[in-house]
Ligand binder design. Sequence first.
Ligand code: CP
Length: 304
Amino acid sequence: MSDFTRDEFAEVLDTAERMHAVLERPIRRVPTLRGTTIANVFYEPSTRTRVSFELAGKNLSADVVNIAASGSSVEKGESLIDTFQTIQALGADIVVVRHSRAGAPELASRHLDCGVINAGDGTRGHPTQALLDLYTARRRLGDVEGRKIVIVGDILHSRVARSGIWAFARMGAEVVLSGPPSLLPDTMEALTNGTGEVRIEHDLDGAIQGADIVMALRVQRERMQAGLLPDLREYARRWSVNPARLERAQRHALVMHPGPMNQGIEISPAVAYSEQSVIEEQVANGVAVRMAVLYLLLTGEGRR
Ligand code: CP
């Protein structure tokens, strides 16, 4: 996301609108990418991203193959690059990569001639999640320029937050990051240097005041073992998005969560299933946005 321009964001989102129109037809399939092959290579668990890339490819009539580390020759010790080159040799036009190591998709792109899409790498980035979040916000609120988005939770370890900060800041939103200091060090502000307004406000009650969008992030329980979170109940008391806190946001405020959720910890069920929640919409919009990304990459209409 870090080098995406406003025009490039707009191009993806406008293309996603056209894909959305396809998805509203009685037959949700167009022949646009017939004859192409997309390989989903997921080294980490995923429900939303993997399934939506699969549906996106199929809706565009591409052939889609799914490869998980378990059951592949990775278990026999095959290297990452050998695995990707094998998949390319088998005819993949695009490789969609999720990996626990930051930089794995970029490494793949340096060794492959086919297209590579980052479906989440370590704590580094999750660009198509940021695109679908931006798309969901734009559909509901219009242009996000001047809107206030509060991202709350484990920002330090969140690839969703990293990509989201870049995307919303570049589009002119005011980005406020909230969470415990152990999961939100002051250095995070530097992430968006020069791209827009971003600031840290550890106190969520203050941060949420007047927000247009409140995005809660999953608390990763392994952080407790690492000593970064002493107590989940205390975390929920101070940083859970609950009905009382949401009252401080704008009446029209949208509630987002990339999923999967820990209900009762970072978000209360009453908020997650409220009329303000667009969490299911985010999931559904992931298909149109990923169709747009596949289309732009495979037809060469996008710059990259
Ligand atoms: N939001 C997200 O990346 O979810 P999955 O891990 O289920 O793909």
